[in-house]
Design a protein around this ligand. Structure first.
Ligand code: KIV
Length: 267
């Protein structure tokens, strides 16, 4: 079995080849996505909304994340090409560096190859601890859904000069602390392009325009089955597809060929 490694993903960035990430929460969809050619899978805490039916990601626990991570990881045991597997650390599971280390270890034992944390420079100490102990970390800036109520809803971040500067500087600090990847969610395309160009690590965009190194979508959104939701940055890839696998293949192709996202999906 071939595996996508962190090295592969960093090499793709250097070569200007787009990489493709999708969320997955169970073994069956993880295998379908792997067979469709995604480079990375994210066990997102978005599962709190699309699987568990909560109104935000806040109720998701570390036990929930471990359960879904191990299901996804087992699904990948059957794939010919194993995507890189990232898992979200849920709300308050990394409030202190010690909690971050203990909970990241649980996710790693469940099968995660990298853990993702939402927030800026205050995370630097915890990230350093994880990296020192051999756990890879992905940052997440811009719209950070675990703080949705504090942010005043699901809205674009970094629109004014001051907040754009904050996001840019946070990205640099997180890289300095040791993140090996960064998600930028719902930020202006120009800001995401500048950060992607500056950082030595792959930047994964969602609602961040066409110029990031990689793209991620929530599985249910790109299959058009999320109720009452049609964010500007999503395309329904089931349109015209004969199967779920074909829809995901079309997503992979569209990102690799730079046909998605376009300006119409950007801020
Ligand atoms: O939880 C999730 O699915 C995520 C993506 C939206 C990036 O964090």
């Amino acid at each position: 079995m071939k595996s996508v490694s962190l090295r592969t993903l960093h090499h793709m960035k250097q070569e200007g080849e787009k990489s493709v990430c999708l969320t997955a929460y169970d073994a069956t969809f993880a295998l379908i996505a792997a067979q469709a050619g995604v480079d990375m899978l994210l066990v997102g805490d978005s599962l709190g909304m699309v699987v568990q039916g909560h109104r935000s990601t806040v109720p998701v626990t570390i036990d929930d994340m471990c359960y879904h991570t191990s299901a996804v990881s087992r699904g990948l045991d059957h794939s010919e090409r194993r995507p890189w597997l990232i898992s979200d650390m849920p709300f308050m599971s990394y409030a202190t560096p010690e909690q971050m280390l203990n909970n990241a270890a649980k996710l790693a034992q469940a099968g995660a190859q990298m853990v993702k944390v939402e927030g800026g420079r205050w995370l630097a100490e915890g990230i350093r601890k994880l990296v020192e102990r051999g756990i890879s970390v992905c940052g997440h800036l811009g719209l950070t859904p675990q703080s949705v109520d504090a942010l005043g809803g699901y809205r674009v971040q970094g629109r004014d000069t001051h907040s754009a500067r904050q996001i840019y500087e946070d990205a640099l600090e997180l890289v300095d602390a040791g993140i090996a990847m960064l998600v930028l969610e719902c930020v202006p395309a120009k800001l995401a392009a500048d950060i992607s160009q500056k950082l030595p690590v792959p930047v994964i965009g969602i609602g961040a325009g066409p110029d990031t190194d990689a793209q991620v979508l929530v599985l249910h959104d790109m299959l058009g089955v999320t109720p009452n939701l049609k964010p500007k940055f999503v395309r329904n890839f089931m349109d015209g597809a004969a199967s779920i696998q074909q829809a995901i293949e079309n997503y992979v192709k569209a990102v690799k060929n730079k046909e998605f996202p376009t300006e119409e999906h950007s801020f």
